[in-house]
Design a protein around this ligand. Structure first.
Ligand SMILES: Nc1ncnc2c1ncn2[C@@H]1O[C@H](COP(=O)(O)OP(=O)(O)O)[C@@H](O)[C@H]1O
Ligand SMILES: [Mg+2]
Length: 251
């Protein structure tokens, strides 16, 4: 069975960093899906799409629309064309993980066509992997898009602001409305928390897994665009992730 993991939270909370670090801890094969249009996860993992001649899902979809406009390949359904492009053009393969990225919006304000295709194709892609980890864009809008509806583990990466705490309730509300099912709802504190603010999460009534420690090296790696795969095993953030995972069934 494929395990579906989602990292969510507010902008800048540390969602992509969390995904990049847990990708190193999971049993391969792991598929990472980046739903954030800024492609930061690829950068964090040193995945050079251009060099490997790989494309985002939006770019591939654009081609499919063009093919349709020209009236070519009409006997092949759009989702089948897209599925074959996903495998051949969009799947970036590395040693410990594969990665696909959604890319920028095709039409201003509308993710619908790529979402629909991802909803159809992700379950098929996922079958070949032990783990699928989704890195979300900021906010809750992506939950409305319902791309992954059966989640095993939802990790909410929190920052210590009032808004972040309200955000936890909002996520639960939206998931209920949209009908996203999950087995575990986990809270993780980002590096900005202190003892006092951590108490909020401990008393939240949700499962609180602990804090990711501040890591000066990680900050530098991200600033310089160096891959987090090269971050030493004993770096504070990586040790925090390992400690956090021992509190889940991964441990
Ligand atoms: N443990 C940490 N220590 C220091 N800086 C961190 C840590 N985790 C994340 N950051 C920094 O916080 C910023 C936001 O992280 P990122 O993972 O991109 O957030 P998100 O994906 O939620 O927008 C990045 O500049 C990153 O370097
Ligand atoms: Mg991000």
């Amino acid at each position: 069975m494929t395990r579906k993991i989602v990292s969510t939270g507010r902008g800048g909370a540390g969602k992509s960093t969390f995904v990049a670090l847990i990708a190193r801890c999971l049993n391969p094969p792991t598929l990472l899906i980046d739903l954030d249009p800024d492609l930061s996860l690829a950068d964090m993992l040193g995945a050079d799409f251009r060099k490997e001649k790989k494309r985002t899902v939006s770019e591939a979809l654009y081609d499919v629309i063009e093919i349709r406009r020209r009236g070519a390949n009409v006997s092949i359904p759009t989702h089948e064309l897209m599925e074959s492009l996903l495998w051949s053009d969009c799947l970036y393969e590395d040693v410990g993980f594969d990665l696909i990225t959604l890319g920028t919006k095709l039409t201003e304000g509308c993710y619908c066509p790529p979402d629909e295709l991802l909803r159809r194709t992700i379950p098929k892609l996922a079958r070949s992997y032990t783990n699928v980890v989704v890195d979300s864009p900021a906010g809750v809008e992506h939950l409305n898009r319902n791309i992954v509806s059966d989640i095993d583990d939802l990790f909410v990466i929190c920052d210590p602001s009032e808004k972040s705490l309200k955000h936890i309730g909002r996520i639960k509300e939206i998931m209920k409305q949209v009908g996203v099912r999950y087995n575990h709802f986990y809270l993780v504190a980002n590096y900005e928390f202190d003892e006092e603010t951590e108490e909020y999460l401990r008393n939240s009534g949700e499962v609180y897994l602990g804090k990711i420690d501040y890591d000066a090296d990680l900050e530098q790696y991200n600033l310089k665009g160096k891959s987090l795969l090269e971050l030493p095993e004993d770096s504070p953030a990586f040790l925090s992730i390992k400690r956090i995972l021992t509190k889940t069934s991964y441990g």
